[in-house]
Design a protein around this ligand. Structure first.
Ligand code: AMP
Length: 191
């Protein structure tokens, strides 16, 4: 189980869990949000292009996102596997990921962390205080959740049809959620 996609609404804690799972699995966590934020911080041409989209809670265009991910997954450290955090987020991205991986390196599992919206909004507002992210204002959070529902939620059905989807309750302590993720992956590996 070393090629895993972590999905879930903004603020559900998928970044934290993806990072922990990456350490436990000995493969890199690849977070498109982190990669974009790094470009914005370093003021690269890509960063300058995408900063307004990130600040507004809108998705970066698929071609731009796909190219960035293709480059990252081609790096030697991703050869043995990866935990993808925040990608794919649209159906065209899902198709592109399938194409990138080809048949030999298909995904092992897709973990969908779920939580209700009120829970999520309060978590994100807490994170805003702690991390000061520009896209963590209540208005942008609502927009990010709406975009998630419209663009990303349909991917869960697509992955369920492929038999890859593991639904995991994202409400609980960090350790509880980590334990649920490991249990779901162990169960899927044994099946
Ligand atoms: P995240 O840290 O995963 O919540 O991502 C932060 C922001 O980066 C998102 O709100 C989008 O603006 C952008 N982003 C991250 N991943 C993607 C993606 N797969 N497709 C499009 N935009 C993305």
């Amino acid at each position: 189980m070393s090629r895993i996609v972590m999905m879930g609404p903004p603020g559900v804690g998928k970044g934290t869990q993806a990072a922990l799972l990456a350490v436990a699995s000995g493969v890199p966590a690849v977070s498109t949000g982190d990669l974009f934020r790094e470009h914005v911080r370093s003021q690269t041409p890509l960063g300058l292009d995408v900063s307004a989209l990130l600040a507004a809670g809108e998705y970066v265009p698929d071609e731009v996102t796909n190219a960035m991910v293709a480059e990252r997954l081609a790096a030697p450290d991703a050869r043995a596997g990866f935990i993808l955090d925040g990608y794919p987020r649209t159906l065209p991205q899902l198709a592109e990921l399938d194409r990138m991986l080809g048949d030999t390196a298909a995904l092992d599992a897709v973990v969908l962390l779920h939580a209700d919206v009120d829970e999520i909004v309060s978590r994100i507002l807490l994170r805003a205080e702690q991390q000061g992210r520009a896209d963590d204002t209540p208005e942008v959070v609502r927009r990010r959740i709406a975009v998630y529902r419209a663009e990303t939620e349909p991917l869960a059905d697509a992955y369920a049809e492929q038999g890859l989807l593991l639904r995991v309750d994202g409400v609980g302590t960090l350790d509880e959620v980590t334990a649920r993720i490991h249990a779901a992956l162990d169960e899927a590996a044994a099946a």
